[in-house]
Structures are given as C-alpha cells and as structure tokens.
Ligand binder design. Structure first.
Ligand code: UN1
Length: 509
C-alpha cells in the first residue's frame, strides 16, 4: 500500500531535500525516514548544507521582488489551485502522514482537510487584507494604514502536525505576498517533500518564479541558519517551549519577528453541572487522540469532588475499550508514539508521578509482540495527581492523563487550570451559564483557546490558534492572524497648500 502512496506523491527511494520549487538540489547527509507504525524504512532525504541554504535564500529574495507585485487576489488564485490539488491528493497524502508520523488514518485525512480549509480561508483573505482609515487632527489631511508584504517567512514545524501547521503559515503568507522557506521536522521529512512537490507543480503551471515555496531539511542546526539570518524577517516556529526559548532569543538578538506556538498543558474543568457522557468523549479523545502528541492534547482533568468518582469510573471504563495498534487500521483508536525516545519520556513521566505521590489508576506500559515490533506503542495511562507536582507542571508529549479534584466554587478550578507555566488550550464542561461565563471572562482561563462543552484539542482553522505564557504568544491560522505576515505602514497625506504641524506646534520660518 505504501509503495503506491509514495509513487502517487513522487517520493523516490532517495530524495533531494532542498528545493526552491521545481529545482531540487542539496548535498548534505541523508536522513532515513522510518515509520513508527512498523519500524520499516520508508525512504531517504538529503539534508541542506549552508551552501545549499544560501542558494535557497538568494532565490527566495529574488522571487519576493516579483511575488509581492502579483495582485493579492491573483496570489489567492494560486492558493486556490493548491487547495484543489490537495483535494485530489487527500488520500495518498493523508496516508503518508499517518504512516510516517503514526497518527490514525482519520487524523491523517483530517490534517490534509485542515490544509484544504486554510487554502479556502486564504483565498477569501486575499481580497480582505484591510487596513483602517483614521481621521486626522489636521485640516485637509487624510490618514490610513495599510499592510505590505514582509519578505521571506521561515517556517519550522514539528513532527506531530507535519503538514497542516506548514499550510496554516504558508497559505496565509503567500496571499500576504511573502515567500516561504520551510524546515519540516527531521522526524517526518517525506511529508515535506511530498507537499513541496505538489505546490511546485502548481507554481510551474502558473509560470511563477522559483523561490516562492522553498524546502530545506535537517536538524536544529539547519533551523539555526534561518533563525540567525537577517534576511528572514519572520520565523514561525512550532515545537517545545525549550526550542521556542532558543528561537525567540536568537531572533530577538537581530530584532526579527517570531510567531511561536509551543507547549501546552491543557486542562478540562468538569463541574457538577457537566454532561458526563460528553465529558468522557471530549476527555478521552483529548488525552489519547494522536497518542497524546498534540500540543492541544488534554493533560489534566480538574473534576469537582461531588462528581469525582462518577467521572473517574466512566473515564477508566472508556480507557478499557481503547484499541491500540496500527493506525492505518480504522478499528484502532491509538497508534504509536513517534519514536523510542518519546517512549522513554512517557515511561519517565509515569515513574516520576508515582515518586511524587501520584496514584496510577490506569496502568501504562510499552506493548510488545506481534504488531508492536517498532517498540513505539504504549498504553494510555491515567494517574491521580496534584497540580503542583513537577511532572504535572511539565508537558509530557504522550498519552498520560492526570486527574485532580477541586472543591467549592468554579474559581478554585480556574485557579488550578491557570496554575501552570503554559497557556495554550482549556475547556470547561458545564451546563451552568454562570460557570461557563466566569471561565470565559477576564478573570477566567488565561489560555489562548478556551472552550465550553468541547475538549481542548481539535481547533477549527477559522479561529486564531496559539497560546499565552510559555506557549509563546503567537497566533496562526484564522481570524486576523494574517497580520503578522505583513508589515504595517501608517500614511498621512496633506492635500492643502499649508503645512500645519501635528500637536499644534508652531514653526515659522
Ligand atoms: C498542534 O498540535 O501543533 O487543535 C496543532 C488541534 C489541531 C491542531 C493542533 N487542529 O488539535
């Protein structure tokens, strides 16, 4: 099956990993991509050397000069064609995402659907890159602000959403008149090659220059080529808080802009007025979907003491039904972790929660035997824990869910929910309007995403996506997230024969 998929997407046994569009080159060491599904080698990708990288940036700089002059709706037309091509290739690309990364086939397709959706969004946006008009304090003057293309956008994406997060950035950046250089995670280089081939064909069919969409490959050192490079005004990076701090300080050193989407430590508050059935679906999908490897995955359940046992029993029972195995088999709920390092981190978290006084109520463990040869399949686990535990305060990118109790008012639950360093996604399960509104108020959740009666994961592309505190503060995808990809300019025009100064200053000569 996978051979057909690779063929449909133009993936060879060994692929060049550096591209400015139709031109592929690169002479760096090869990365071998293997699947966490069955540990089988899939194909190789050559990494990008410094010399290759400089060639990419020079080509991108030239392309920017032309691309910024293409009217925004025409740039949108290219993105529309890209979205249509993704519709045609949804099946093979979704399968490759699932096989190379290890998420379920449904989620692989869902990820490609997010790409299609953001393309549609970007097409509409290409006619809506609005600024404001402002009334001047001076007679005969007019003011407005406008948004201009920024330049080269460097995109560093993570393994867990190997294609969608790139598309959120690049589809918007393109309609905004920017050109993009993408470094996918070195854990999933093939999906990057596949996407670049798709857009390269579209750009070629439209006689567009090389350099509008560029691909580079390699580890953090290749990422550093971009973060230290003054020619790249914006770096959009998705990944751990540790990585984000390094990227932020490196880019700040040269006063560049960053868009950071980093770790989450997402909680669902379950109040006495919660619908238990909905809570169970939301919490279980949130905790075990993508094997707990979404930045929006549910890590903590904060449950009112009056319903604690009832919710706990229902969730434990639901965990008993979970099927773990090959994610390409639609009967399975939970696929593998990305690699054995991730498995070690998962094991360490379970050890540490016990050491800190936690109580495991659904045992974890690494699965062995037929179908589990990759060593990456783990059992989703649940521990009763306290919010202040060091391990609970950290994001473990694995299916480990912490249960904790609150008593009294919803304010106490909100305090626990906010009592972590991260601020990405949050949710409350309640049919009580007062509780829901308090949770959403300025004294409520401090996260970038706050949901009522749905879980923490699975955000739609129409809203701005990102979070506060150690999540990095960036917003990508919908709403007005496009503004970061443009530079703002304020214009004042005097259509009189006088030159009055602002603030009433007199300056007669
Ligand atoms: C991520 O994990 O980096 O909201 C992105 C969600 C998805 C995106 C997650 N739409 O869960």
């Amino acid at each position: 099956m996978i051979q057909d998929v690779l063929k449909q997407l133009g993936i060879e046994a060994t692929n060049k990993g550096t591209s400015t569009g139709s031109d592929w080159f690169g002479s760096g060491a090869e990365i071998s991509s293997s699947s966490p599904v069955d540990a089988k080698h899939i194909a190789k990708v050559a990494t990008t050397t410094r010399e290759d990288y400089d060639k990419v940036v020079e080509t991108a700089q030239k392309a920017f000069k032309d691309w910024r002059l293409v009217p925004a709706p025409q740039r949108g037309e290219i993105v529309r064609q890209f979205g249509n091509k993704l519709r045609e290739l949804k099946e093979p690309l979704g399968k490759l995402v699932s096989y190379e990364m290890g998420k379920s086939l449904q989620e692989g397709y869902g990820e490609v659907q997010e790409m299609i959706d953001i393309c549609d969004f970007a097409v509409g946006l290409s006619r809506q890159l609005y600024g404001s008009t402002i009334h001047s304090e001076r007679p005969g003057h007019r003011m407005y602000d406008q948004y201009h293309p920024l330049g080269i956008v460097g995109i560093i994406s993570a393994f867990n959403f190997p294609v969608a997060v790139w598309s959120w950035n690049t589809a918007l950046a393109w309609v905004c008149g920017d050109v993009c250089i993408w470094k996918p995670s070195e854990k999933v280089p093939l999906t990057g090659v596949a996407c670049q081939k798709i857009i390269a064909d579209i750009l070629k069919e439209n006689d567009m220059p090389e350099g509008i969409s560029c691909l580079i490959n390699g580890d953090y050192k290749v990422g550093e080529f971009m973060t230290t490079d003054k020619r790249i005004p914006l770096i959009s990076a998705t990944g751990s808080t540790r990585m984000g701090k390094i990227v932020a300080s490196t880019v700040a050193e040269r006063l560049g802009k960053t868009l950071l989407e980093l770790g989450g430590n997402n909680a669902i508050i379950v109040t006495p007025d919660a619908d238990i059935k909905m809570t169970v679906i939301g919490a279980v999908f949130g905790a075990v979907g993508t094997a707990g490897q979404r930045c929006t995955s549910t890590r903590r359940l904060i449950i009112h003491e009056s319903i604690y046992d009832k919710v706990k029993d229902a969730i434990v029972a639901a965990y008993g039904q979970l099927k773990i195995g090959n994610p390409l088999d639609e009967n399975n709920h939970v696929g593998p972790l990305i690699d054995t390092d991730a498995v070690a981190m998962y094991q360490d978290a379970l050890k540490r929660v016990v050491e800190e006084g936690g109580n495991i109520i659904v045992e974890g463990g690494v699965l062995e035997g037929e179908g589990y040869e990759s060593g990456c399949y783990v059992k989703p686990a649940i521990a009763e824990a306290e919010n202040h535990f060091d391990i609970v305060q950290h994001e473990t990118f694995a299916p480990v869910l912490y249960l904790m109790k609150y008593s009294g008012d919803v304010e106490n639950a909100i305090e626990l929910q906010n009592g972590v360093a991260q601020g990405l996604s949050s949710a409350i399960m309640t049919n009580n309007l007062r509780e829901a509104e308090r949770f959403l108020s300025h004294a409520g959740s401090d996260c970038g995403i706050a949901n009522v009666n749905i879980g923490t994961s699975g955000a739609e592309i129409g809203g701005a996506f990102g979070g506060e505190k150690e999540t990095g503060g960036g917003r990508e995808s919908g709403s007005d997230a496009w503004k970061i990809y443009m530079r703002r300019q304020t214009n004042t025009i005097n259509y009189t024969t006088e030159l009055p100064l602002a603030q009433g200053i007199k300056f007669d000569i």
